[in-house]
Design a protein around this ligand. Sequence first.
Ligand code: AMP
Ligand code: ZN
Length: 113
Amino acid sequence: MEDCLFCKIIAGKIPAKKVYEDDKVLVFEDITPQAPTHLLIIPKQHIIGLKEARPEDAEILGYCQLVAAKLGRERNIEDGYRTVYNVGARSGQSVFHLHLHLIGGRDMKWPPG
Ligand code: AMP
Ligand code: ZN
């Protein structure tokens, strides 16, 4: 999608610190990290967000979670991390291309803010 920041990162038009890539997803460092590990896992196909996902997107949604779990293992943060979708502007969603946050490497509070 032309006007989408994350589609531009996928296309290589905007730089990002890439961590992992395959035919389905791209993973890169969040530009404003909220923890020692803060990665964004994004599908290469443009999906606006979780509430816009369709039944046929189930596989890619599950795949993003499994990629997060793999990276959590590799980064040795399995003592505590979160995978988070912000859904809708009121939750803080600011980029409208689906992205799974992987946040870890520090103590976290519950409930989140
Ligand atoms: P959200 O608020 O859930 O929509 O998350 C969007 C995330 O994208 C935020 O955590 C931003 O820090 C991050 N972000 C915005 N622009 C970039 C960029 N150019 N490269 C990497 N991360 C970005
Ligand atoms: Zn996009």
